[in-house]
Design a protein around this ligand. Structure first.
Ligand code: NAG
Ligand code: NAG
Ligand code: NAG
Ligand code: NAG
Ligand code: NAG
Ligand code: NAG
Length: 502
């Protein structure tokens, strides 16, 4: 069995776009996709659902992997004559969502929040939502119907059309991994060649069948599909919906429903129990419908129940409990100066900081990325350090930004840098608290994630910077807050024969 489906064989590229100059192409950004969809909507006026369905059909999903999922495997050659050649060429480029031999991932675009989304599962979720909304009214196109019409498959529990793409992908990924046919289970994330004009997305490590971009796309598909199924008349068009979600104030003006909060919103919609149930029926369907597919050779004899439990546990730990971390390449970090020192993991401590300057939390990806660059510049150029001092920085946009990261000793807490991670909230928290969501991101997501991933010991200690170094950091209000966190401890020491506790 070859690993061709994982993209280890070069993808045949269409000469038409391979030879083009980047300047002639649309950048691989969500706004380029929305622009094409807007043009389709104006040409297909009066049929509000059709444009996104056509777009989905056009992009489809070409990898072998997708042929097992309910997404249309082969994109239709619709040609869409009303689109320009540049637009059609852009869509052709997006048709592939697999990565090639050099870890380049296709079929994904950069969104305004700084994360990357594969279009095929995103559009699949939206189409699923429209289908559910229309059920009974207009007959769904054959490829949108449940892939179940043989008698054996009818024995499988029914699938939820919104969760089908994600559940099937997870089922295949785990089957292959446990059959020894894939070496990586989930992820990874990647980096764009250029943030303002992105054209190539390169993964940070070897690809799994389910890259971060595919998972982001699937989660957004579930969130947007659910919203569409529940809200019959709003918004006026799918391009507006995508604009509200990725670039605007959030769905129906609720700023907590922006793409920045996808992990939390996904968790609110899909319980672990629901995901387990869907995964079970995906595995059942895969085995009935595709039992002879070479991709699944050797995957048939595993215990379904334990596979499902493991798959949901692992997925939830990595993509729901753990916070999304924006990698250094995305904020355009300067390289580390010199040779970094490796931390000895797991660590015992986390030191909480505030940045003090900037005083106000950033609210968008461009603002937060600019704050990261200016802090790094200050630390490297003014202070003369090797890199930004903090291990991680908490933005006011719903994301955590990678500073020195999990592996390398930082410069955040004098005398204690090799014992713990330094985590800093952007802003000045002497008199006010960070936003609730930013606090939860560290308290409920980051700390648990680090302890589960063996970066922190299970009995880790949380200290405020001021408990170990004479400073006001992390600010009076934030320090009061972290005193309530699991793992916070008073720090006691002897000074001139007297025991002090802070
Ligand atoms: C993968 O794609 C990149 C960018 O398009 C290209 O430079 C590279 O040669 C491709 N690798 C293979 C093995 O096809
Ligand atoms: C489903 O039924 C249609 C016609 O009823 C048939 O053409 C098609 O092959 C069937 N698909 C499967 C997967 O059995
Ligand atoms: C990114 O692309 C833009 C537009 O093409 C260009 O002006 C800029 O110099 C590029 N940045 C880098 C770092 O290459
Ligand atoms: C959403 O908007 C409200 C009111 O403008 C504001 O108080 C809140 O901080 C915003 N939440 C997020 C997550 O940006
Ligand atoms: C499945 O794999 C086994 C070896 O692991 C091989 O002998 C067999 O021919 C394969 N079957 C198919 C249908 O590919
Ligand atoms: C934490 O657990 C380790 C064993 O994993 C133990 O050696 C250490 O003493 C514990 N530390 C505290 C502060 O309880």
């Amino acid at each position: 069995m070859s690993l061709a489906w994982l993209g280890f064989v070069p993808v045949l590229l269409c000469a038409s776009w391979q030879t083009e100059n980047n300047a002639d192409k649309f950048p691989l950004r969500m706004d380029s996709v929305i622009g094409v969809l807007e043009d389709m909507e104006s040409h297909l006026e009066g049929t509000p659902d059709l444009p996104v369905i056509e777009l989905f059909r056009e992009i489809g999903c070409k990898s072998e992997f997708c042929q097992l999922s309910p997404l249309p495997a082969t994109p239709a050659s619709l040609n869409l004559p009303y689109l320009s050649e540049k637009q059609r060429s852009f869509l052709r480029h997006l048709q592939n969502h697999k990565s090639n031999g050099s870890w380049v991932e296709y079929g994904a675009v950069l969104t305004p929040d700084g994360t990357t989304v594969a279009l095929s599962p995103l559009l699949g979720g939206i189409a699923g939502g429209l289908k559910r909304r229309q059920e009974g009214a207009v007959p769904a196109p054959p490829w949108l119907k449940d892939p179940v019409n043989n008698t054996q498959a009818e024995l499988c529990p029914k699938m939820d059309s919104l969760l089908a793409p994600l559940a099937t992908d997870l089922a295949v990924a785990f089957s292959l991994y446990h059959a020894g046919q894939a070496s990586v289970l989930l992820g990874p994330n990647g980096c764009w060649d250029n943030i303002s004009a992105p054209h190539t997305f390169t993964l940070l490590s070897p690809p799994s069948p389910l890259s971060d971009a595919v998972i982001n796309g699937a989660m957004d598909g579930v969130i947007l599909g659910t919203y569409l199924a529940k809200n019959a008349s709003s918004p006026s068009s799918i391009s507006n919906l995508l604009n509200e979600y990725y670039a605007g104030e959030g769905l129906a003006g609720d700023n907590r429903t922006r793409s920045n909060f996808r992990r939390r919103n996904f968790a609110d919609l899909v319980s672990e129990g629901k995901l387990r149930e869907q995964l079970e029926s995906s595995l059942c369907l895969l085995r009935h419908l595709h039992s002879s597919h070479p991709l699944l050779n050797g995957t048939g004899h595993k215990d379904v129940a334990s596979l499902v439990v493991q798959a949901v546990e692992e997925f939830t730990a990595q993509y729901v409990e753990c916070p999304a971390i924006i990698p250094r390449c995305m904020w355009e970090a300067q390289p580390y100066r010199g040779t970094p020192t490796q931390l000895q993991l797991p660590l015992s401590f986390v030191y909480i900081h505030h940045t003090h300057r900037p005083r106000k939390p950033c609210r968008t990806f461009p603002e937060c990325a600019a704050d990261m660059r200016s802090m790094q510049h200050f630390h490297q150029v003014v202070r003369g350090w090797d890199d930004i001092g903090y291990s991680f920085v908490v933005g006011g946009d719903g994301y955590i930004y990678q500073g020195r990261g999990w592996q390398w000793v930082g410069a955040h807490t004098l005398g204690h840098n090799s014992k713990g991670y330094g985590v800093s909230f952007i802003g000045d928290y002497m008199e006010v608290l960070p936003d609730g969501f930013a606090l939860e991101l560290v308290k409920d997501n980051f700390l648990q994630c680090a302890a589960r991933g063996s970066r922190l010991k299970a009995n880790y200690t949380v200290y405020g910077h001021r408990q170990v170094v004479p400073t006001l950091c992390p600010g009076d209000r934030l320090f009061q807050e972290i005193k309530t966190w699991t793992g916070f401890k008073e720090r006691c020491f002897m000074k001139q024969g007297i025991r002090h506790c802070v």
